[in-house]
Design a protein around this ligand. Structure first.
Ligand SMILES: NC(=O)c1ccc[n+]([C@@H]2O[C@H](COP(=O)([O-])OP(=O)(O)OC[C@H]3O[C@@H](n4cnc5c(N)ncnc54)[C@H](OP(=O)(O)O)[C@@H]3O)[C@@H](O)[C@H]2O)c1
Length: 340
């Protein structure tokens, strides 16, 4: 016997990847329901070699469904996730709505799987922000060995992190640069994204940082260790899929770069590609469609006592969203629901 699984947001970037990954990982399903807004009613989406017709989230009855993977944004989540949870269907949510609530577990299965036990507080589990998820997979094994004091991270985030509209804007604006009269003004992004970079993701906060940067700080503390200090600069770049991060780490204890490389090689979810030669590192286009978080450019930072630099790349629609959500579903199944 398998699970009855709902994917809400099935026509979106993350929802489509959720369906792909459930099929790829042969998640034990008896039935899958694909939901989106009313305007997408009947739209066909792929699930392995099957085609599912999209149903309307607004009228869907969650009774008798085991789990619902939500990727519909915070405002629709606010309306529909409590309905699903109240019907006994465990929600795994990709939006930021519930991530910071103390009684809601925020989980990256390679890092804090035991947090799953708290799912029953509200029948809701939160999935972290894309840039946090890939970073904490790399930080955790290093923290276990040498205790991280402080992290300085700069991100290079792809446009797919801003949904379907983000992808369309980069595509149309890039084409429009070459066709007189077809120029595309910024709309999803604050400035031109084609052939440009924008140091602004999500809203500005009072201290001059952005909400995206704040998320990396708050979520790293909640998932890995409240004692870790994080300072982030989050930047949108004209890449379709795949987030990159330059991460500088200060440890309490000395950690040699070779030992760090060995630790990361053994760590779950990580693939180390780190040759000190032309092309001996991973770039976003190479990580698309992969499950791993790739680590390259591991090297000592000699400007501080116990410092290390590394380069971290992952498919933001996978580890940053859909894959992590499916891994949480697997954890929930194996540890708690125990069907299949
Ligand atoms: N993209 C990433 O890297 C990433 C990473 C982590 C988390 N997330 C989060 O995942 C969520 C989805 O992101 P995305 O990139 O997949 O966005 P997207 O491509 O714009 O897709 C949004 C999906 O939500 C559905 N939806 C929106 N409002 C709805 C409503 N009121 N009722 C029913 N369905 C509704 C849309 O259905 P229609 O097609 O019918 O409009 C579509 O299926 C967001 O919360 C986002 O913050 C994204």
């Amino acid at each position: 016997m398998g699970y009855r699984v709902v994917v809400a947001g099935a026509t979106g970037n993350v929802g489509r990847e959720m369906l792909n990954i459930l099929a790829e990982r042969q998640f034990p399903v008896d039935e899958v329901a694909a939901l989106a807004s009313r305007k997408s009613l009947g739209t066909e989406v792929s699930f392995g070699d099957k085609t599912l017709k999209t149903q309307d989230l607004d009228t869907f009855d969650f009774t008798g469904w085991d789990m619902a993977l939500f990727a519909v944004g915070s405002s629709a989540t606010k309306t529909y996730a409590p309905k699903a949870a109240a019907a006994g269907c465990v929600v795994i949510d990709n939006s930021s709505l519930y991530r910071y609530e103390p009684d809601i577990p925020l989980i990256v299965p390679e890092v804090n799987p035991d947090a799953i036990e708290a799912y029953s507080n509200r029948n809701i589990i939160a999935n972290p922000n894309c840039s946090t998820a890939q970073m904490v997979v790399a930080l955790k094994p290093l923290h276990d060995r040498a205790r991280i004091k402080r992290v300085v991270v700069s991100t290079y985030q792809s446009v797919s992190g801003a949904g379907k509209e983000g992808i369309d804007e980069l595509w149309d604006q890039t084409k429009g640069m070459y066709v007189p009269g077809q120029e595309v003004e910024p709309s999803k992004f604050q400035k031109q994204i084609a052939f440009n970079v924008i140091p602004h993701i999500d809203v500005f906060l009072d201290d001059g940082s952005t909400k995206e940067e704040w998320k990396m700080v708050a979520e790293t503390k909640k998932i890995v260790d409240t004692s870790i200090k994080v300072t982030a600069t989050c930047v949108r770049v004209p890449v379709f899929v795949g987030h990159s991060e330059a991460i500088n780490i200060e440890f309490e204890d000395f950690l040699d770069e070779d030992e760090a490389r060995d630790i990361l090689r053994e760590a779950p979810g990580i693939m180390v590609v780190d040759k000190r030669e032309d092309g001996g590192y991973v770039t976003p286009v190479e990580c698309v469609g992969d499950f791993a978080t790739f680590i390259s450019r591991i090297r000592q930072d000699s400007t501080i006592e116990n410092g290390l630099n590394l380069w971290c790349v992952s498919d933001n629609l996978r580890k940053g969203a859909a894959l992590n959500a499916v891994q949480i579903a697997e954890l929930l199944g194996n540890r708690v629901l125990k069907k299949g």
